[in-house]
Design a protein around this ligand. Structure first.
Ligand SMILES: C[S@@+](CC[C@H](N)C(=O)[O-])C[C@H]1O[C@@H](n2cnc3c(N)ncnc32)[C@H](O)[C@@H]1O
Length: 253
């Protein structure tokens, strides 16, 4: 144990809670420019279908009605772009992420796609959001919550900034529920992903962390209970691809 105080996981390492964020930030600083390419390579393109399911659940209005989405840990804006493309003229997305390198890549992409009027990129910590109470219609977080050191704080903040009647949606890696697939997935995660990560980004350890952090994340039922304990109602989750990922949902009522 390095110091006193609360400990947490950084992959399989146990680190002081206050050190985790800096370690996570180094990972995303290192992979920012190749992050989107790596998502396609690692998931065989499946992340597109998972994000598609998230966007369907967000269900942005196709009319010009105003709709404000906060995409937490939104990185390079992948979810944000999909939501504004699915929604009508009143759909606006705020991407909030702690990492300026990921946000910079996102800003460039938004400008290239002509979406910079509908998507804004803002630096912020999911544990302490720089937004007033009840300011968003929907809050999403995709593959981000497991990187946040104090998950309960991020859930409480998501709840605080949601309007009454607003929905929280969280897409995250989960636990495999098909016998046989788990062993294959284990092999792929620990043997293939860190090697591909090293070849594409030059940083094997970053991808080693990412696969280890998936194993350390709470099981879907336990995570659903955490969402409920933060005040959300009608909490549910939908496993996808045999439990590789799950889409969690809760409402502020
Ligand atoms: C795996 S990426 C996901 C990016 C994006 N949501 C996607 O699905 O493509 C995780 C993101 O979480 C961000 N992150 C980590 N800790 C955070 C925190 N405390 N607050 C906000 N963002 C955080 C990282 O900077 C990174 O961009």
């Amino acid at each position: 144990m390095a110091r006193g105080g609360r400990q947490t996981h950084f992959g399989y390492e146990t680190v002081p809670l206050e050190d985790k964020q800096g370690l996570v930030d180094n990972v995303f600083h290192s992979v920012a420019r190749r992050y989107d390419l790596m998502n396609d390579l690692m998931s065989g393109g499946l992340h597109r279908a998972w994000k598609g399911a998230l966007v369907t659940a967000v269900n942005p209005p196709r009319s010009g009605r105003g709709f404000a989405l906060l995409d937490l840990a939104g990185g390079t804006g992948d979810v944000a772009f999909r939501v504004v493309e699915a929604g009508g003229a009143g759909t606006r997305v705020t991407v909030c992420d702690i990492n300026p390198d990921m946000l910079e890549v996102g800003r460039e992409r938004a400008a290239e796609r002509g979406l910079d009027g509908s998507v804004s990129f803002e630096e912020g910590n999911a544990e302490e959001l720089p937004y007033p109470d009840r300011s968003f219609d929907c809050v999403t977080i995709a593959f981000g919550i497991r990187n946040v050191p104090r998950i309960e704080r991020a859930l409480a903040e998501a709840y605080r900034v949601l309007k009454l009647g607003g929905r929280f949606l969280c897409l995250e890696f989960s636990s495999i529920d098909i016998p046989g697939l788990d062993a294959l997935y284990e092999l792929y995660s620990f043997q293939v992903i860190p090697r591909v990560g090293e070849a594409v980004t030059g940083d094997r350890e970053a991808y080693q962390y990412l696969v280890e952090s998936i194993r350390k994340f709470p099981k879907p039922k336990a995570f659903a209970q955490m969402i409920e304990a933060s005040g959300f109602r009608r909490v549910s989750f939908t496993p996808m691809t045999g439990g590789v990922v799950a889409l969690h949902s809760g409402w502020r009522l």
